[in-house]
Design a protein around this ligand. Sequence first.
Ligand SMILES: [Zn+2]
Length: 81
Amino acid sequence: MTTTAESVSGPMYLDDRLPDGYVIVCAGGGGEHSFLLSKLGPSIECPRCGRTALSASLLDAYYERVRGALLNRNRVESVTP
Ligand SMILES: [Zn+2]
């Protein structure tokens, strides 16, 4: 049940969702770089190194992370009487 950043399937991950779009971080081609996408298609191509990833798997990992953060917070709150 442990969720770490290393469990993300590819070199790319969805870092954040903004009103403007999705912040994608790519660790391919040596060195991390990020880019903003206004819309997610079925797949994502990095404009810098050309790597591709499936947006579904990036979204899965992102929501997994968000859910894990929420669960941790709830657990801390429930401990306090
Ligand atoms: Zn890249």
